[in-house]
Design a protein around this ligand. Structure first.
Ligand SMILES: [Zn+2]
Length: 250
């Protein structure tokens, strides 16, 4: 046990090293939590933007459809107008009344067709205007969200970089501190911490384990305060340390 003087061997020293490890782990856990919060926020923004993009694409598809219809109906309308002009000129050359009636009938039909198509074209023009207005509105909204997401992405990158730097820096310190105790002590602490929400060492206050909030027997509390051995909570297995000022046991 005296082979390496840097290795802590007394229970008091070991518990102090574990407390330092715990403090570092608390630091990085907080950073890791903030990091995943940021990533989740970004993911939400991306989803909203993707949804908006689909809505805009959908409206653009409908606009194209309406424009195609408008083109078709306008061409048909022009053709009907040509037909009307031809029938009218035919009328001027008609001399017999029977023929006159027939051409007039033809003109009526063409006029009716033209009127129906003009209504259709007018409706399409209204629909096209509405689609264009809706698209323009959504594009405005989309631009706002996009710029917010871009900003978040940039902020995120900057803070992710700083978080990674912080984690790397803490890891360095953790390595140095871990080297101060036997490897098995660190791995036992790690095992408990992993199983107990990241906390492997906790304080005893008022003869109670602050990890699981269970009261400890006076004999047990005394052992913790004496620190002549490594004491684990009998309920949650966490390592315990205590300050006489915060416990009644003398
Ligand atoms: Zn406990």
């Amino acid at each position: 046990m005296q082979a390496n003087p840097a290795i802590a061997t007394s229970p008091q020293e070991i518990i102090n090293v574990l407390r330092k490890l715990q403090a570092l782990d608390d630091e990085t856990r907080e950073i890791r939590n903030r990091r995943s919060e940021r990533l989740e926020h970004l993911e939400r923004l991306r989803k909203v933007i993707a949804h908006m993009q689909r809505e805009i694409d959908d409206k653009r598809g409908k606009l194209t459809e309406a424009e195609t219809w408008h083109k078709t109906k306008s061409a048909e309308l022009e053709a009907d107008k040509d037909r009307l002009a031809k029938s009218k000129s035919k009328l001027s050359g008609v001399t017999r009344s029977r023929e006159y009636v027939a051409v007039n009938k033809e003109l009526d039909i063409i006029r009716k067709n033209i009127s129906t198509k003009e209504d259709e074209v007018a409706k399409l023009v209204v629909a096209i205007d509405e689609f264009r207005a809706a698209i323009a509105k959504e594009e405005d909204k989309f631009r706002d969200w996009r710029s917010e997401a871009d900003q978040a992405e940039r902020d995120n990158q900057a803070s992710l970089d700083s978080m990674d730097g912080k984690i790397a820096e803490v890891d360095q310190r953790r390595k140095a501190i871990s080297a101060q105790v036997e490897r098995t002590v660190v791995s036992r602490y790690q095992k408990i911490a992993d199983a107990r929400g990241g906390r492997g060492v906790v304080e005893m206050q008022n003869e109670t384990c602050t990890g699981c909030n269970m009261a400890l027997q006076p004999r047990f509390a005394e052992m913790v305060l004496r620190a002549s051995s490594l004491v684990q909570c009998p309920h949650c297995s966490r390592y315990l340390y205590g300050d006489p000022d915060r416990n009644l046991t003398a």
